[in-house]
Design a protein around this ligand. Sequence first.
Ligand code: FAD
Length: 316
Amino acid sequence: MKIIDYFDKAKGQTLVSFEVLPPLKGGSMADIFQTLDPLMEFKPPFIDVTYHREEYVYNKRPSGYYEKTAIRKRPGTVGICASIMHRYGIDAIPHLICGGFSIEETENALIDLNFLGINNVLALRGDARQFEDKFIPEPDGHKFAVDLVKQINDMNHGIYLDSNIEKGTPTDFCIGVAGYPEKHFESPNLATDIEYLKQKIDAGASYIVTQMFFDNANFFRFRDACEKAGINVPIVPGLKPITKKYQLNSIPRKFFINLPEDLVSELHKTEEKDIKKLGIEWCINQCKELKASGVPCLHFYTMGDVDTTYKIIEKI
Ligand code: FAD
C-alpha cells in the first residue's frame, strides 16, 4: 500500500514508524529482526531502511604503502526491505540516493524494486563521500534529489530512459523526500531550502520526512513555512532520543542541528547513568505535543536501540 494511503486511512490518528540501518557487512537479518520484533506491538504500517554508499578504507600493503579501497560497509537495503515485508506483512521503504548511481543504474534499481512489489521509496541526494568536501554526482548521475524524483515520476508514467521503449509499463511508486526544519546545512537559508523542497513536491513527491530535531518550535515553524510556500503534502517528524552525553556534540556535528538550551543545561546537570532517562522523557514530551498538533506519523530513528524506542512509544 502507498504510504500516503496509510495517512488517509488513519483519519487523523497519529501512526508510528521506524527507520533501521542495514547491519554492518558480516551481520545478519537477525540483527534487524531483534530490533523490529518488539516494536511490532505498536503496529507500524511501514519501516524505512537506509541506504549506505561505499566508503574508503586504507589497507597497509607489505611494502608499507597504504592502498585506498572502496567498500560498502552496510549493503543489503533492498534485500532487507523484501525480508521485512515477507516476515511482518507490512510495507518497507528503501532509501534511494543519487550518490554513486548513474541514471541507468537508478532505473535498474527501480525496476528491481517494482518487480519485488516494493512501491514506496524515499528519494535522497546522499552526502559527500568521505574525504570529499562536497557532494559530487556520478558523471551521468543525478545532482539533486529533485532529479531523482523526476526520474521516478517519469517511470510512473511509463517513461524509461531508452526512448525506443514506446509502451513501458508504468510503475506506481509513492515517493517521499527529506525536509529540514533547521534547513539543510548547505542551504543559504530556510526559505531557499523550502523553495527547493517545493520543487521536489512539484516533481512528484507525495510526503516529507524530516531530519531529527529536539525543539518542536523548529518543526512548527518549518511546517508553517511549507504551508505558506504552497506545500500541502503530509510532513512526518523524524525523532531520535538522546541516550549518551557525548551526543551533545556528536549530534550537532553529524546532523547540523541545534539542541535547545534547556535540554543542554539539563544534560549538563545529569550524570551519564541517568542521561537515557532524561532523553526518553524529553522525547516523550516532544511526541505528545507533536501528536496533539496533528502530525500524521511519528517516525523514529531507532539506530538499533529497541529499548529506548519502546519506552517512548508505550508512554504516548
Ligand atoms: P536535496 O534535496 O538534493 O538538497 C541538497 C541541497 O541542495 C540542499 O541544500 C538544497 O537546498 C539544495 N538544492 C536542492 N535542489 C537544488 C537545486 N535545484 N539547485 C540548487 N540547490 C538545490 N543519506 C544517505 O546516504 N542514506 C540514507 O538512507 C539517508 N536517509 C535520510 C533520511 C532522512 C529522513 C533525511 C532527512 C536524510 C537522509 N539522508 C540519507 C541524508 C541526506 O542524503 C543528506 O542530508 C543530503 O545531504 C541531502 O539530501 P536531500 O535528499 O535532502 O538533497
